[in-house]
Design a protein around this ligand. Structure first.
Ligand code: NDP
Length: 501
């Protein structure tokens, strides 16, 4: 089915409509290929509930071919002059940036996110990861180690782990892919990218742009498919050395178990239930305004979402009022509309999951200060959910404990730092936290005490390719970005040289 028949996208560019009308192919060893079985699956515009286009469903034979291509390309890519590898990554980044306008449209149609957010946030972050990691290509130095044995020169080499399977979710498809591709390629690994089945399109664009940039065939392969088949085949494949995964806790644990059979390297970014903490001495209105953005950005489908707002009892009412008033300002709509500030949820399944949490809260007597329903009127045909604020939940409520991954905020009171810290830490997750205070001692004390991979003080949702991102506890292990994000694609070889006679 073509875009013309299925979706009315009046404001999309010709490049976007041409892309959607084309027959999509896997990228394996530099060649565009249909799935060996010829099977495809559909991807949807979640704002309209309509089919966008179909993409190949990669099966075992396609996975085998992609792994073989990545294995063949890996030694060549590793041996390429580091400065040349860096230049190719920079060119790749330039091409993504060049195509920002139409890639943002495709990503918006596929994910529901506002196009303007994708152009302003997702693509710059992805491009930034490529540029940051390009710099590392020429700096992968080992060390010399003085040893106590006579006449021995010992040095280390930092070598790529091999073929990497990058398995990414639907909330930041291009950006998460770049967070994995960029350091892996900088390290000299080759990559097989498997996007989420809800958002396969930008990955196919990345595969083509990598080739256009001159990155050799087989260095970046793209397989669209389902997690349980395509993804699982990658996780089990003996030719894959490392799995770099972002997604749900449940699938992350399953992948860690499956990958242990072939002792793959595994890194997992598994989401969070992040406390955002407002002390009474901060700029309360500013904090509450950012707190609203911290949950409603991309409809709350963000691992770092500030989904647990914990507020000093002295300013609780002011914060609730301000967050509710910010929620009222949001303009729900199609991601291609310039005035949309909040798009739909990714799917009807996700909407049902989110609504299930809210219904359970209602039944449990938790106050719904605003929202709590799917979108009405023009929004009813898409997977829209109202920005929702829940007040008065206790710490044991499922809405306080579980990652909802929707525009649902709980606001709770605390009385002191001593009351706050154990409650903030009473979570299986430990991805991120926000702290709002003008008291520098309190800020540092809370930052040290809270169990999370990232702490933001008087700000929220700041990211940079140079800064590691990843969680504590069941939010996973292994960082994306920063030096640590590169290290996980490298292994250290030690060389002993006897220079004695
Ligand atoms: P999943 O964890 O199921 O999906 C993430 C990625 O893993 C997708 O590419 C998926 O493929 C793939 N996958 C699924 N099963 C396997 C498998 N057995 N082997 C290899 N790869 C696999 O997340 P969901 O899309 O189901 O979202 C469910 C919940 O997960 C959300 O509500 C949210 O709580 C959380 N989540 C967290 C994210 C984060 O950023 N940490 C991102 C997305 C979701 P496919 O899409 O084809 O199934």
């Amino acid at each position: 089915m073509s875009i013309v028949e299925t979706v009315e996208v009046k404001s999309a560019s010709k490049q976007t409509t041409d892309f959607l009308s084309a027959q999509h192919k896997l990228v394996i060893g530099g060649t565009a290929a249909l799935s060996t079985t010829g099977e495809t699956f559909q991807t949807f515009d979640p704002a309209l509930g309509k089919v966008l286009t179909s993409v190949p469903h990669a099966k075992q034979a396609d996975v085998d071919a992609a792994v073989a291509a990545a294995q063949a390309a890996q030694p060549v890519w590793q041996r390429m002059a580091p400065s040349e590898r860096a230049a190719l990554l920079l060119r790749f980044a330039d091409l993504i940036e060049r195509d920002t306008a139409w890639i943002s449209e495709i990503e918006s149609l596929d994910s529901g996110k506002p196009k303007l957010h994708i152009a302003a946030v997702d693509i710059p972050l992805g491009v930034g990861a490529l540029r940051y990691n390009a710099g590392w290509c020429t700096k992968l130095a080992g060390e010399t180690i003085p040893v106590s044995s006579p006449d021995m020169h010992v040095y280390t080499r930092r070598e790529p782990v091999g073929v990497v399977a990058a398995i990414v979710p639907w909330n930041f498809p291009l950006c998460q892919a770049c967070f994995k591709i960029a350091p892996a390629l900088a390290a000299g690994c080759t990559v097989i990218l498997k996007p989420a089945e809800q958002t396969p399109l930008s990955a196919l664009i990345l595969g083509k742009l990598a080739l256009e940039a001159g990155i050799p065939p087989g260095v970046l392969n793209v397989l669209t498919g389902e997690g349980a088949t395509t993804g699982q085949a990658l996780v089990e494949h003996p030719g894959v050395a490392k799995i770099s995964f972002t997604g749900s806790e449940e699938v992350g644990k399953h992948i860690a178990r499956s990958a242990s059979k072939t002792l793959k390297h595994v890194s997992l970014e598994l989401g969070g239930k992040n406390p955002n903490i407002i002390f009474a001495d901060c700029d309360v209105e500013a904090a509450a305004s950012v707190a609203a953005g911290a949950i409603f950005f991309y409809s709350g489908q963000v691992c770092s979402a500030g989904s647990r707002l914990m507020v000093d009892a002295a300013v609780y009412d002011r914060v609730v009022d301000r967050v509710v008033s910010e929620a009222k300002q949001l303009k729900l709509g199609h991601g291609l509309n310039a005035d949309t500030t909040m798009g739909p949820l990714i799917s009807e399944d996700q909407l049902a999951r989110v609504n299930g949490f809210v219904e359970q809260s209602r039944k449990g007597g938790i106050e719904v200060a605003i929202g709590g329903n799917r979108g009405k009127g023009d929004l009813a045909s898409g997977s829209f959910y109202e920005p929702t604020v829940l007040c008065g939940a206790d710490d044991s409520a499922s809405v306080v404990r579980e990652e909802i991954f929707g525009p649902v905020l709980t606001i709770q009171k605390f009385n002191s730092l001593d009351d706050l810290v154990p409650r903030a830490n009473n979570s299986n997750f430990g991805l991120a936290a926000g702290i709002w205070t003008r008291d520098i001692s309190k800020a540092h004390a809370a930052a040290a005490a809270i169990q999370a991979g990232t702490i933001w003080i008087n700000t929220y949702n700041q990211f940079d390719a140079a800064v590691g991102w990843g969680g504590f506890k069941q939010s996973g292990y292994g960082k994306d970005n920063g030096r640590e994000g590169l290290d996980k694609y490298l292994q250290t070889k030690t060389v002993w040289v006897n220079y004695g006679s």
